[in-house]
Design a protein around this ligand. Structure first.
Ligand code: GLN
Length: 449
């Protein structure tokens, strides 16, 4: 079992360690664009980064959006505050797709490059968080997922990404994307480190009334369930590696069952309708008055003023504003938004039934990380369809984890494991046991002791 946090705390650190780490990081950051800012104040705790849509007191937090440039939160997000109080050392704010809108980490000023192959994307939207874990030996990332933003970049960057049950970690201090879907989670180099951090940040918080104190269980399952429809769009090379991985698990005692889940192919449209509807209301506050890009020319007319204030949004944010506003408008909301909500409930019921006696397992992503230019050329609907495997557990608030299980042409492959609500420890346990027999590879090990 790899325990980087424990290993790190057993050694003596000096001012030099942190200075050297930051210098190395700044060098590589110019090329890979992993951090939006790096903390230069020396600290000795286990280094953690924070996705740029999670607030850190006094540190610019922009969610990689131009509209929030210069925003210095006057408080720490609960997850950040809890880690700081346990002596962890804040290292910097990680780059991401603007407001979390994206699958490849390219919807921002400087897209993050994949540490395994710098011509490729790191995955999104927590691109910087996963890439930071991939290059730093001792480090954990506080990230966030709405529809797969932890699993996807973790898979592309060869690290472990854990998205807890919706409501187990306080969202206080998160710059919202879609409140009914957003989860703060953890990306690390090992599942044991994730467990350690999870135990610190989870649990009731008076500042987030959707955050619960439910008991988290560790119910092991002996069956692995493969959902047929999710495998349909997976690249052949990935499929054959995944089959080999499943055979290994079968040899170690797991039973495997293939099932169909009704309407799972509608998870993508339902997710994008709900998430865009909520995103469009969340973006409404960036008018340039209290929040958002300031327009100082008060001679402008109403339309000109707000057009200028909101023109700084990137193209994907604008797309979501328009579509999100449309799907919840009175004349069509029963056709789109309400139908999507009903579908979400049906899917939750189907998943609960399926998960009663097994874990659901699949490759995390249906494709290898594309080259940056290829990703930019994809049309939005094609891009959304790439989330077909990571969206369903997110839509249903189910805990899931992505961990590396193989490498192909020097690129990591991730597997995604899903379990029932509040059985989060069981998937961490599964990944911990996997780590005992499979060694993860990294291209960089910055900060080695
Ligand atoms: N790719 C999905 C989206 O763009 C998920 C992003 C996320 O989880 N923040 O909505």
């Amino acid at each position: 079992m790899k325990r980087y946090i424990e290993e790190f705390s057993c050694t003596n650190k000096h001012d030099d360690y942190y200075k050297k780490l930051v210098n190395e990081l700044e060098g590589i950051n110019g090329r890979l664009h992993i951090f939006n800012n790096i903390n230069r104040e020396i600290n000795y705790g286990f280094p953690f980064s924070v996705k740029d849509n999670i607030c850190v007191k006094g540190v610019e937090s922009t969610a990689s959006s131009k509209t929030l440039e210069g925003y210095l939160p006057p408080f720490d997000a609960t997850a950040v505050e809890r880690l700081k109080s346990k002596g962890f050392g804040f290292l910097g704010k990680a780059n991401m797709d603007e407001f979390g809108f994206g699958t490849f980490g390219i919807n921002c000023a400087n897209p993050v490059r994949n540490p395994f192959d710098e011509t490729r994307v790191a995955g999104g939207s927590s691109s910087g968080s996963a890439a930071a874990v991939s290059i730093l030996k001792y480090h954990t990332a506080i990230a966030e997922s709405t529809g797969g933003s932890i699993s996807c970049p973790s898979s592309f960057c060869g690290v472990v990404g854990f998205t807890p049950t919706y409501g187990l970690v306080s969202r206080y201090g998160l710059i919202d994307y879609a409140n009914s879907l957003d989860k703060i989670g953890i990306i690390s180099r090992s599942a044991s480190d994730i467990r350690y951090v999870f135990d610190i940040i989870k649990g009731r918080d008076k500042y987030d009334t959707t955050c619960v104190d439910n008991k988290v269980s560790d119910e092991r399952k002996s069956k692995l369930i493969i959902i047929n429809q999710l495998m349909k769009n997976v690249d052949e090379e990935i499929l054959s590696r995944f089959d080999r991985f499943i055979s290994k698990l079968q040899n170690s005692g797991y039973k495997v069952e293939h099932v169909d889940i009704p309407f799972i192919d509608k998870a993508i449209p339902a997710y994008y309708i709900i998430s865009m509807a909520e995103a469009s209301t969340n973006l409404a506050k960036y008018t340039g008055f209290k929040y958002g890009h300031k327009v100082n020319d008060f001679s402008l007319g109403y339309n000109e003023f707000f057009t200028e204030a909101r023109d700084v949004f990137g193209i994907e944010a604008k797309r979501r504003l328009v579509l999100g506003t449309y799907v919840r408008s009175a004349s069509v909301k029963s056709k789109y938004y309400e139908k999507a909500l009903r579908l979400r409930h049906m899917l939750i019921d189907s998943f609960k039934d399926a998960l009663n006696d097994g874990f659901i397992i699949s490759p995390t992503m249906p494709i290898l990380p594309p080259k940056l230019d290829e990703a930019k050329d994809l049309d939005p609907v094609k891009t959304y369809s790439i989330d077909s495997i990571t969206v369903p557990p997110n839509l249903c608030g189910l805990p899931h984890i992505s961990f590396p299980y193989d490498y192909v042409n020097g690129l990591p492959l991730g597997a995604q494991l899903i379990t029932n609500h509040f059985n989060d420890y069981a998937i961490l346990d599964f990944a911990e046991r996997w780590e005992d027999e499979f060694e993860y590879k990294f291209k960089y090990n910055l900060g080695s002791l």
